[in-house]
Design a protein around this ligand. Structure first.
Ligand SMILES: Cc1cc2nc3c(=O)[nH]c(=O)nc-3n(C[C@H](O)[C@H](O)[C@H](O)COP(=O)(O)OP(=O)(O)OC[C@H]3O[C@@H](n4cnc5c(N)ncnc54)[C@H](O)[C@@H]3O)c2cc1C
Ligand code: SF4
Length: 325
């Protein structure tokens, strides 16, 4: 790993001023479970000169219910999110997504803010430069996507963004989208539907380089609301998802009155299935309706040679998640 300056930020303002001073040559670090891997493998064109530590900022780790909103500080660990009785009660999809992320040790280190800002896991992108040199694919400023012509069994089944077919790896992202969260940063408040973007340069969000996530806000839904998260991965103990699905819905006299469905692991950004949502409105949930919703959610899939299996996985996961509600 190349040498860099490590700065313990004393406040969010201090962290932002450090990012502005070092411009594109700096990153923030929270739990470090993603960022340190990126640094060790020399992922970025320019090795950062400075790493700004957010963990030394007080008051960014909390879970509290205020009025009709659940407030979660960006530095709250995934273990705290998964084990919180408030999150389990008010946002079960998020608690389950955090519980299914990585391993106990990584959940103790990894934060919710870091989880939604993590880099993609495409193996060409992540290829360690010390093993025979960098692989400069489109996403690293090159001209080719090596996954399209090479190994793409874990990649997008809904096409490419800027010729890149890497998927978003965050487990908590689809849960936050299903729950219609908002993200408060040092600059603005962003609706979760707008937050993720693989088209914005490095990273997986629309955040500017000098912008930090401070808080995740989840609306506390009506009493009739329920939510669930499911994940399929090769290994159950610790593994990135092949496909995840999160759904939040409300019912009135058994009929669905509101629903948000989000898949991840299927496209560059976590993907809402709005056509399936529209289909479900006003319906009573049965096994046939759940299966049809799964078919509709995947009707525009454009799988590649090696990842066609993910289409069936995702259809089944949508139906299973619905039926679990
Ligand atoms: C072996 C292994 C298995 C894993 N398995 C999973 C998995 O199953 N599911 C999953 O979702 N993830 C998984 N991860 C990825 C990662 O560990 C987690 O997503 C974790 O939550 C990242 O949080 P962190 O605090 O460690 O982030 P960091 O590594 O500190 O940061 C990650 C990125 O987010 C940025 N960042 C961090 N905090 C903020 C903030 N507040 N504002 C703006 N930017 C910020 C950093 O600059 C960096 O680019 C795995 C990682 C490893 C190493
Ligand atoms: S999928 Fe994206 S990150 Fe992976 S090789 Fe292609 S351009 Fe690079």
């Amino acid at each position: 790993m190349k040498r860099f300056t490590h700065i313990n930020a004393t406040s969010a303002e201090h962290a932002v001023s450090c990012l502005q001073e070092y411009k594109d040559s700096s990153y923030v670090i929270a739990g470090g479970s993603d960022l340190l891997g990126c640094l060790k493998d020399n992922l970025w064109m320019q090795t950062p000169e400075a790493i700004v530590n957010l963990k030394t900022i007080e008051g960014l780790s909390y879970i509290k219910e205020e009025g009709s909103t659940l407030h979660i500080g960006a530095l709250t660990t995934l273990t705290e999110v998964a084990e919180s009785s408030i999150v389990k009660k008010l946002a079960p999809a998020l608690a389950e997504a955090a519980r299914r992320t990585a391993s106990p040790l990584l959940r103790n280190m990894g934060t919710l803010g870091g989880n939604i800002c993590q880099e993609n896991r495409c193996w060409y992108y992540r290829y360690p430069s010390k093993l025979g040199g960098r692989i400069d694919c489109v996403r690293k400023g090159g001209t080719k996507c090596f996954a399209v012509i090479g190994e793409h069994r874990y990649h997008s089944i809904f096409g490419a963004v800027n010729k890149c077919i890497a998927v978003n790896p965050s487990d908590t992202a689809p849960a936050l989208i299903a729950l219609n969260a908002t993200i408060k940063t040092t600059k603005r408040t962003i609706a979760i539907d707008e937050f993720f973007s693989a088209a914005h340069g490095a990273g997986s969000t629309i955040l500017d380089r000098d912008e930090i996530v401070l808080e995740i806000l989840v609306p506390v839904a009506a009493k009739s609301a329920v939510s669930a998260f499911k994940k399929i991965a090769f290994r159950k103990s610790i593994d990135f998802a092949l496909v995840t699905c999160a759904i939040a819905l409300e019912k009135d006299a058994d009929k669905i009155t509101a629903v948000r469905i989000c898949l991840n692991g299927v496209y560059n950004n976590p993907m809402r299935s709005q056509e399936a949502e529209e289909f479900l409105l006003g319906k009573v949930l049965t096994e046939d309706i759940a299966k049809e919703a799964g078919e509709i959610a995947l009707q525009n899939a454009k799988s590649l040679f090696q990842n066609i299996y993910k289409v069936q996985l995702a259809k089944t996961l949508v139906a299973d998640t619905l039926l679990s509600l």
